[in-house]
Design a protein. Structure first.
Length: 266
């Protein structure tokens, strides 16, 4: 386990577990937390022994309550040295919401409020598992802001235009059950079952060939940018890697031999 000022990071059985660790501020996003999350995701991308990631928030109240508005209010009064440090962190941050084609699956384990930038982080993940007390929303207009970290673009694509506009233009929250009904969330479970349910998804993903998972994700996410026919005929780099891999042979061989496959990721 690696503990920083704003996060916890641990790799267990090829899965990276990232915890946003500012519970006193409902895990809200300040420059240090954005930068640290970016650093962890860089490590996930570079490490071939990591096959997927789970992101969650510390405590039971919040996954992430969005941008740290109190910190923003202090920015103008900060010293020049502190302002320069924040600018440096921002310049070195590749935030999760801009990792359009992150190659490996990411699961958001939502344990409370996922609001504003917190919902934008969750929507940038591939799967969302939510505790039943969780709430989702983009309340930025109530603060004179907009959901500018792709929230205004992702939410309509993920739940449909009219439901999204209903929430974005009012700043209303949606319950976990409503988020599930709209297709934003994969599963809603009691808080006591949240970790167990998430670990079930992790196990099932790890039972698949990692190169197949990455090829599936890349083809799906890049294909959404094209028409159906163009998406079908477009070559995808990760699929070309998969086709030439040892795992492509291992899958059919293991099936024929009636045993579990041994994936190597190459």
């Amino acid at each position: 386990m690696i503990e920083t000022d704003t996060t916890l990071f641990e790799v267990r059985d090829r899965c990276a577990w990232i915890t946003l660790n500012r519970p006193e501020a409902l895990n809200s996003l300040n420059p240090e937390l954005r930068w640290q999350l970016s650093q962890h995701l860089d490590q996930v991308e570079a490490d071939e022994d990591i096959w997927l990631t789970v992101i969650t928030g510390a405590g039971e109240r919040a996954f992430c309550a969005g941008a740290d508005l109190k910190q923003r209010a202090r920015e103008q009064d900060a010293s020049p040295e502190q302002q320069n440090e924040w600018r440096r962190l921002q310049s070195e941050t590749r935030h999760i919401i801009e990792r359009w084609y992150h190659p490996k699956p990411i699961i958001a384990m939502v344990n409370g409020f996922a609001l504003g930038g917190g919902l934008e982080v969750a929507m940038a993940c591939d799967i969302i598992i939510a505790a039943d007390h969780s709430e989702f929303g983009l309340p930025e207009p109530r603060r004179g802001l907009i959901a500018g970290s792709a929230g205004v673009h992702r939410l309509p694509r993920q739940i449909g235009l009219k439901p999204a506009m209903g929430y974005m233009l009012t700043g209303r929250h949606m319950s976990a059950e409503r988020a599930f009904q709209l297709g934003l969330v994969n599963e809603v479970v009691p808080a006591s079952q949240l970790l167990e349910t998430t670990e079930g998804y992790v196990r099932d993903i790890l039972s698949c060939a990692p190169l197949s998972v990455r090829a599936t994700k890349e083809a799906t996410m890049r294909g959404l940018d094209y028409s159906l026919s163009t998406a079908y005929y477009t070559p995808y780099e990760s699929e070309q890697v998969r086709q030439k891999s040892e795992d492509t042979l291992e899958g059919p061989r293991a099936f024929a031999e009636k045993r579990d496959p041994i994936w190597k990721g190459r």
